[in-house]
Every structure is written in structure tokens, then in C-alpha cells.
Design a protein around this ligand. Sequence first.
Ligand code: SAM
Length: 184
Amino acid sequence: MPGEKEWETYFSPRKTLVALGLKKGMVVADLGCGYGTFAIVAAQIVGNKGKVFALDIDRKLLRVVEKRAHEKHLKNVIPILADISAGKERELLATVDFALLANIIHGTKSKFRLLKATADLLKPNGVVAVLNWKVEKTPRGPPIRMRPTEKQTVRWLNRAGYVDPVVLDVPQYHYAVVARLSRS
Ligand SMILES: C[S@@+](CC[C@H](N)C(=O)[O-])C[C@H]1O[C@@H](n2cnc3c(N)ncnc32)[C@H](O)[C@@H]1O
């Protein structure tokens, strides 16, 4: 990942999260949160009645998230050191309204395992939003051969038990697929 400031020039976290359906009061899990680019803005959108669990495997990045939340007086950001594919976050099971997998799935070995572990965190009517780099030339991002297409992402989501996938354009270099769990 490039530096924090450069990273934020590749998309608008606020516009993106609103377009993906994030609303006041929701409980969010930002899985592989990095610098908290989305987690911090998500915390502002969901407000005091909502909260954002920011999970990452990198302790240093979690410290960045903590610092940013502190600077913005956000008390609803909860950083958690975790391997998001391992599915060990028992305290989060079935508590999440909105799970975000931003810029993460392309580098994950078992997409199925990650999407299943994510499903376990979601409430019965919860949604997942998968944000990926477009499969085209962009100024940054992973090698094109590693980037999943919209169709592949939808297929993985369906296999992992999600339904009603909707594909959205996320200017300028990303797209997202939003889907919900099929259990009710
Ligand atoms: C490209 S960054 C994306 C950060 C953030 N989602 C965003 O879009 O701004 C990928 C992040 O996923 C984290 N990550 C990778 N594998 C992980 C895993 N198994 N468990 C938790 N975090 C992971 C990395 O440490 C890194 O912060």
C-alpha cells in the first residue's frame, strides 16, 4: 500500500460507503482495515449508536487507526488484531450489519474461507461489500492478473452463501459488489 495520503486519492471513502449502503446506527466490520481509510469515515457515518470493528493482522496499522480515531474524537472505533481468514473472532459472531472487504480479496489465498468467515460475523440480514480494483490499467494497485473480475467476485459470493449481488462502479479505479446473506 502507498502512504496514507496517496491512498486516499484513489477513491472517496465517504461517497463510496454511502453508495454501498452504510447507514447511521449500523455495526460495521472493516476486515483488513489498513490505515483505517474506510473505518474512520464509517465511524462518522454510523455515529454514536453504531460502531466499527477495525480488524487487521498488522499491529502497526492498527496503531495508526487508533491514533486517527483519537484525533477525531471517535469513540466507536474498536481496533482488533486478527487474521480475518481464521474465523476466530467469536465475540463478533452474528453481530455485524455491514462487513467491508476493501482491496483485500485479490491477495487472499482462500477467497471461500474468507467469505465464509465473514458470513459468520454477519447478522442474518447483514450485508457484505467487496471492493476491488478494476481489471484495467490503473496508476496503482496489484498486478492485473491478480485482480478478480466482477463475475468472479459474484461467483465466489454466491458459493459462500450470499445472494442478490449488486455491482457498483466506485470512481475512479474500483468496483464493488454488495450482497446479503441468504439466511433470514
Ligand atoms: C491493500 S490493504 C487495504 C486496506 C483497507 N481495506 C483499504 O482499502 O484502505 C490490505 C490490508 O489487509 C491486511 N491483511 C492482509 N491479510 C490479512 C489477514 N489475513 N487478516 C487481517 N488483515 C489482513 C493488511 O495488513 C493490509 O492492511
